[in-house]
Design a binder for this molecule. Sequence first.
Ligand SMILES: [Cu+2]
Length: 254
Amino acid sequence: MNGFLGTGATLEADLNLSIQFLMGIVLLCGMFLARKGYYRTHGVCQGSIILLNLVLIALIMLPSFRRGVVPELQSKFVESYYFLPTLHATLGTIAEMLGLYIVLRAGTNLLPKALCFKNYKIWMRAALVVWWVVIALGITTYYVWYIASVPKTVAEEIQTPPPTPKEAAVTIVNYEFQPKDLTVEVDTTVTWTNRGARHGVTADDGSFAATLKNGEVFSYIFTKPGRFPYYCQFHGEPGGPKMAGSITVVPPGQ
Ligand SMILES: [Cu+2]
């Protein structure tokens, strides 16, 4: 399902981005609460944000990182597409742990004396700065994943003539090819349009291969009858069952 920010990102990604940004603002407000002497409200405010963030990490960010980044991390670490989310995830983990530590120290008596810091201001300010650096990295990751290359605007798409019988379309959305299995006549041009993070379209028999960022398209003309399975080289493998699809090509008039 597409999100509400109009970038072609998933609803999850849009929700997460918006909530993270709002949480950063709430943390800043929480800082002013402490300055004014409302320590209890301050504690509840910052503590809730840190716990809410833990939920978002578990439900959205960690799964997305494991799906989109981990499989390609070793070979493509230097690319901003993989490097930025990795830096974001590393610093984000540190920020979350720092936050939990401060909550334990300031809000409970659970920590042994040796682990208790004295200078609240320094620890809390450092955590807030790291937290905002992480938010900035998260926004940059969102930009690189979903906005950096969107060559076609919606307006251009509307001007594109409707597909003739010899053209067919597959949309890549939410880690799926839609439709997953498509039947076309010989000499049909099939066009894949990516409406998500980076994906691939690779024939099992190697006859075509492409990598598509969000908004990019790839076309291939099928000139011979047969069944042509393909997969995403980032999130699937030949034969499925993960991210894969097939084009069945039949003689004209069938
Ligand atoms: Cu994919």
